[in-house]
Design a protein around this ligand. Structure first.
Ligand code: GBH
Length: 431
């Protein structure tokens, strides 16, 4: 059965940051530092989903989805990141999972959506190789409790974004500006993924995935300089995270002046490349790349022009999803089944025809990729609710459901009603 769902992440919706024994994460710290998040917004309350989860499950049931992707806050389960387990934290996800199952909604659980326990950041975060092992311990603990009911397990969300924004550029938590020195964060996340796969399998978890955000890379022209720059960007954004998982090798990083990936020990790549039951893909837009104008990086972002843009300013290119998926299939012969674990846009207003067109266009592109032989098994719209959009605070609204953050009132948008009708039609026609 094809999975039709919506997606969220813990820090973006839960709130209740000091409740029932939850420990602080890097996002609590970061959001409370002046100047980090637009207008000083924080996830302290967010959508108050921690208390309103039953209402949110009702909204999903009424939308007719058969799956829901959410993430677990590591620091609810292990307030210090490792060591003592906080049972009340696990209880929350236990209630949520039961509530979903009672409505016939398959839980798709992401273990890490960027909210590392602050205690682990204090020991170096993902720059510290030990974090990989702690992640696997945490994965095993969650799976011991929930493996009997959770259908899909997603280890990491977008390790590229976490490395680049969190440790490279500092626009996300933990706010480090290491530029290319952030590369060990890629390896340690990937190693953590591999070790977590082992822990999840040992605990009897069903389907195990990782979610990468991938982008089709367009060269600004067919000059050799622009083409080489586009190849370098493709390596950093896409292949650095897909190749080790799907081929057991890191790509050639020489365009970045890197001979060997730092910190790789014998056996690591075997751990990272364990077989998966699927690959999660988050798709938002393509990227256009030109030859570098500085010697900082081997490429320049030339910007995609000539397309409509979302409220966030991101270009809307539905066919990029087809291009991405057929490209992955061509590059990786052993490509596992694909789940689109996020796709959506920022737009203001309840009458969101713009979002309907965005989603409909991408679903058409998905259909074309399937027609070209790509095995796609699920689609999760980002997002169920308007929520805390990281460095943008509450300014970018991605929800199918509007949230009034003053009252926490939820109001389904036009796109919610459209999504419900679309799922119903597809489920009938695919029977
Ligand atoms: C995802 O990240 C996250 O998983 C999710 O938590 C988040 O809320 C959601 O997307 C929306 O942001 O400069 O025009 O080329 C998405 C990562 C990185 C995708 C920036 C789009 C650049 C657009 N994004 N990227 S553009």
């Amino acid at each position: 059965m094809f999975l039709w769902g919506t997606a969220t992440a813990a820090y973006q919706i839960e709130g209740a940051v000091a409740e029932d024994g939850r420990g602080p994460s890097v996002w609590d710290t970061f959001a409370h530092e002046p100047g980090r998040v637009r207008d000083g917004h924080t996830g302290d309350v967010a959508c108050d989903h921690y208390h309103r989860w039953a209402e949110d499950v009702e909204l999903m049931a009424a939308a007719g989805v058969n799956a829901y992707r959410f993430s677990v806050a590591w620091s609810r389960v292990l307030p210090a990141g490792r060591g003592a387990v906080n049972g009340r934290g696990l209880d929350f996800y236990d209630r949520l999972v039961d509530g979903l199952c009672a409505k016939g909604i398959a839980p798709a659980l992401t273990l890490f959506h960027w909210d590392l326990p602050q205690a682990l950041e204090d020991e170096g975060g993902w720059l510290n190789r030990d974090t990989s092992g702690y992640f696997a311990e945490y994965a095993g603990i969650v799976a011991e409790r929930l493996a009997d009911r959770v259908k899909l397990w997603i280890t990491l969300n977008e390790p590229f974004v976490h490395m680049v924004y969190g440790y490279g550029l500092g626009t996300h938590a933990p706010g480090r500006t290491l530029f290319l020195e952030a590369l060990p964060v890629a390896h340690h996340q990937l190693l953590g993924h591999g070790l977590a796969v082992q822990a999840l399998r040992a605990a009897g978890a069903g389907q195990v995935l990782i979610t990468n955000n991938c982008t089709p890379v367009w060269a600004a022209s067919d000059s050799p300089e622009d083409t080489a720059a586009a190849d370098a960007y493709d390596i950093l954004h896409n292949r650095l995270f897909n190749d080790p998982i799907l081929t057991g090798k890191y790509p050639d990083m020489s365009a970045f002046g890197i001979g060997e990936m730092p910190g790789v020990r014998p056996g690591d790549l075997e751990t990272i490349a364990q077989p998966l039951d699927g690959l999660g893909i988050n798709y938002y837009n393509p990227t256009r790349i030109a030859a570098p104008s500085t010697d900082l990086l081997p490429f320049d972002d030339a910007g995609v022009t000539g397309y409509p843009t979302t409220a966030f300013g991101w270009p809307v290119v539905p066919d990029g999803l087809r291009e991405l998926l057929t490209g992955l299939r061509a590059r990786y012969p052993g490509l596992p089944p694909i789940y689109i674990t996020e796709n959506g846009c920022s737009y203001d207003g309840l009458d969101d025809r713009f979002r309907i067109d965005y989603l409909a266009g991408h679903l058409d592109a998905l259909r074309r990729a399937q027609d070209e032989g790509v095995d796609v098994r699920g689609y999760f719209a980002w997002s169920l609710l308007d929520n805390f959009e990281w460095a943008e605070g509450y300014h970018q609204r991605f929800g199918l459901v509007h949230v009034d953050f003053a009252t926490q009132a939820r109001t389904p948008k036009a796109s919610y009603h459209w999504f419900r009708r679309m799922i119903l039609k597809r489920m009938i026609s695919e029977h």
